[in-house]
Design a protein around this ligand. Structure first.
Ligand code: URA
Length: 433
């Protein structure tokens, strides 16, 4: 087999065989196929697309390029949840204990944040003492014991994807549905999930800004999951404004605690109940999605969800007292209000500007090497559709630096305040099964 023939075949719009896809991925991972040939193939895929069979084969070739997590020692159906990323997305932190409280085993590997979106692992590290680095045996033991553990990515998962993603990043081939879908699904499948619930975001703060693109990606991932024998569904949710009211690590932990107490903001509550009810249903812990939702509402009301959070924190070395007293979380020294300059209604909040503003305060990483300040961030006092008076606080900066003029300006720019009516965007656009 010759790589040049595969490139030509895809360039001319033909379907690659399983053996050809394996040849390209394996050869590239081993360093036998050079970057220039792999980037030519990625560009051919970008223009010519891939069939569902090709996408599934590409996914499995990337899964098998490295370690796979064996979750078979955990009882029950393991359902993973994946979000394509957004600003203020603390869903995993609230959702994991919520579904675990109903006996759904959650064995989750999460990532750190880069750029304007934060990572679950960074957020969890805001809890004093909390460890995200566990031996695999300890990770599996905790899931069997408490139904829940969340750790950073360990082992050599999907090295082919790491190498290919880095190449795509510098060859203008990131934005390709078959390549994105197989990249994301390879990581989920290598992490050992039996079933997968996907939260595909759309809007100004999302990777997929347009709804049609988000839908296409959701459909592509669901098709790959199903063709590889994983029960998979996707929810397309809004990221035209940050989720909830906080952006920043410790602030988001506080909000996740509030959610599990039944005191969370409406959008976060709704998203957790929607994703959670599908997870509970796919894990066979309810006979219908509606029944699953009722059960979730019940464990919030009767305190089981918040107790599961405490057990989870304690089991990973964290201070469970933060749940009853969130002031034990890291606190910023300064609270600086950002005030509205006119009367009206909030018409838009550009989510990625808020994410970048939080990053400038130190809540996120500009580069992989940056260190982050877990205490700082932004609290949104006003969201889309809210009335605002001139001089009223629209957002509060939690800062550890005096010089925040640039951040204040960025937050003001993110908010559009207009005199007319403004409609709150729907939170859930569509479900893909
Ligand atoms: N996220 C991924 O994990 N892979 C992609 O290709 C794009 C976004």
């Amino acid at each position: 087999m010759r790589m040049v023939d595969l490139i030509e075949k895809k360039r001319d719009g033909h379907q690659l065989t399983k053996a050809e896809i394996r040849y390209a991925v394996e050869g590239y991972t081993k360093g036998e196929i050079p970057d220039y040939q792999m980037s030519a193939l990625a560009m051919a895929i970008f223009f010519q697309d891939m069939s569902t069979e090709e996408r599934a084969e590409l996914t499995m070739a990337m899964v098998e390029s490295g370690d796979q997590i064996d979750l078979s020692s955990i009882e029950g159906i393991k359902v993973d949840k994946h979000s394509t990323g957004g600003v203020g997305d603390k869903t995993t932190i609230a959702l994991a204990p919520l579904v675990a409280a109903l006996g759904v085993p959650v064995a989750k590997m999460s990532g750190r944040g880069l750029g304007h979106t934060g990572g679950t692992i960074d957020k969890l590290e805001a809890i004093p003492g909390f460890s995200v680095e566990l031996e695999t045996s300890q990770f599996l033991k905790l899931v069997n014991q408490n139904k829940l553990s969340v750790v950073g990515q360990t082992g050599n998962l999907t090295p082919a994807d790491k190498k290919l993603y880095a190449l795509r990043d510098v060859t203008a081939t990131v934005n390709s549905i078959p390549l994105i879908a197989s990249s994301i699904m390879s990581k989920k499948i290598a992490s050992g999930a039996d079933a997968i619930v996907l939260d595909v975001k759309t809007g100004s703060g999302a990777f997929m800004k347009e709804f049609d693109q988000a839908k296409e990606l959701a459909e592509a991932m669901v098709a790959i999951g199903k063709s590889l024998g994983r029960n998979t569904m996707a929810v397309i949710s809004d990221m035209n404004q940050p989720l909830g009211r906080t952006v920043g690590n410790a602030l988001e932990i506080r909000e996740a605690i509030e959610m599990l107490r039944g005191e969370g903001p409406a959008d976060l509550v709704e998203l957790c109940l929607t994703l959670g009810s599908h997870m509970v249903y796919l894990a066979d812990r309810a006979d219908s999605v509606e029944e699953a939702r009722e059960k979730l509402v019940e464990v919030i009301a009767n305190g089981q969800a918040i107790e599961t959070l405490k057990t989870f924190i304690e089991a990973q070395g964290g201070d469970p007292a933060v749940v009853d007293d969130p002031t034990r979380l890291p606190q910023a020294q300064l609270k600086i209000p950002v005030k509205a300059e006119q009367d009206g209604k909030v018409a838009a909040i550009v989510a990625d500007k808020i994410g970048t503003a939080a990053m400038l305060l130190g809540a996120g990483r500009a580069t992989k090497e940056s260190t982050i300040d877990l205490a700082v961030g932004i609290e949104l006092e006003k969201k889309i559709g809210d009335d605002v008076k001139r001089g009223e606080t629209i957002a509060t900066l939690h800062a550890n630096q005096q010089d925040v003029d640039e951040v204040v300006a960025m937050v003001r720019q993110a908010y559009s305040i207009s005199e007319g009516e403004s409609n709150r965007p729907p939170l859930i656009y569509e479900e893909i099964h």
